[in-house]
Design a binder for this molecule. Structure first.
Ligand SMILES: C[S@@+](CC[C@H](N)C(=O)[O-])C[C@H]1O[C@@H](n2cnc3c(N)ncnc32)[C@H](O)[C@@H]1O
Length: 304
């Protein structure tokens, strides 16, 4: 990789951090960022990726900032994104961030805990194991989010990218064939949408095991409150996100934004399916698709 874009990214990051964060107040965040992004002992490729993820969150914040009206934002998956959104969104915007992890368990726990007056932190699992199983362990599907599997199979091609990941390894794609084509065939056997529990049983079981067995997930509790969201950022569980999307999509107001991180399969299994469904639906318009990192970012507007 050429060193020039890397040097520029570091410069831009420093400028962004300098403009965003309060010296003294945010020392721990700066240290955390330094660890992930500016640590010269890490390879430049990894550093650049960490920087670009940071820029992706900044881009998402920029889309939200420019939205009118902007009163309520929901984030699924607390972390660096929360710190950025808390700083970048106007103070009157209600920012709700849901995650099962206690703030104290984050490497950036201190800066997060300083935001408890700015951010409504909800701690809990979005959904239950029962809800996860009802979706991923069901027989191969004819549709998802109202989109027929045949249409999904076409648009999903925009969210499948060859690359290395533990999921790619576990899928055991044959080396002599086009990995993206092969991945698509696994996802849509016989034109139907395959259950991910069957494609990636070990990964699926590991995520399912940590969820509460039954009862009500924290997302259902949040959605029982009145009012729609102007924007929802989805960056939560690998297998839970496809299920969360079904619950939350109708609660984004018309004209509001859905923002997804980790949009490429099989680097991640998180968001490719909601993204493919939006790409195939006249109810959504994709405003932005970022390929600057293997994770990617997508911003879409609800039209109807
Ligand atoms: C990729 S990380 C979030 C990244 C975050 N947006 C950031 O910028 O650092 C995913 C998060 O989702 C949380 N998580 C995964 N599955 C969950 C679930 N079903 N319910 C609640 N939180 C979950 C994890 O605890 C983890 O903090």
């Amino acid at each position: 990789m050429s060193a020039a874009p890397f040097r520029w990214s570091k410069k831009i990051l420093r400028a962004v951090i300098g403009g965003l964060l309060r010296p003294g107040d945010d020392d721990h965040l700066v240290q955390g960022l330094a660890k992930i992004a500016l640590d010269v002992r890490r390879g430049q490729g990894k550093q650049l990726n960490a920087l670009n993820v940071f820029f992706q969150y900044a881009t998402a914040a920029s889309f939200m900032r420019n939205l009118r009206p902007l009163a309520r934002v929901l984030e699924l998956g607390t972390g660096y994104s929360t710190l950025l959104y808390a700083r970048l969104l106007p103070p009157e915007v209600v920012l709700v961030s849901l995650d099962a992890k206690p703030l104290a368990d984050y490497d950036i726990g201190l800066p997060l805990s300083r935001l408890t007056r700015r951010v409504r932190f909800e701690r809990g699992f979005t959904i239950t194991r029962q809800e996860l199983a009802a979706f991923h362990e069901a027989p191969d599907r004819e549709s998802y989010a109202g989109v027929p599997a045949a249409a999904l199979a076409t648009t999903a091609a925009g969210f499948v990218r060859a690359g290395t990941s533990s999921y790619a390894t576990h899928l055991n794609l044959p080396p002599d064939r086009d990995p993206a084509q092969e991945a698509l065939q696994r996802l849509f056997p016989g034109g139907r949408l395959a259950g991910l529990a069957r494609l990636l049983p070990k990964d699926y079981a590991a995520e399912a095991a940590v969820l509460p067995a039954s009862g009500q997930g924290a997302l259902a509790g949040l959605l029982a409150e009145p009012g729609d969201f102007d924007a929802v950022f989805l960056d939560c569980g690998e297998f839970s996100t496809a299920v969360e999307w079904l619950a939350v999509r109708q609660r984004i107001r018309i004209g509001g934004l859905a923002i997804f991180h980790d949009i490429y399969f099989p680097k991640s299994v998180k968001s490719f399916l909601p993204c493919a469904a939006m790409a195939a639906s006249s109810d959504w318009r994709i405003l932005y698709q970022d390929r600057s990192t293997p994770q990617g970012l997508l911003v879409a507007e609800r039209l109807a």
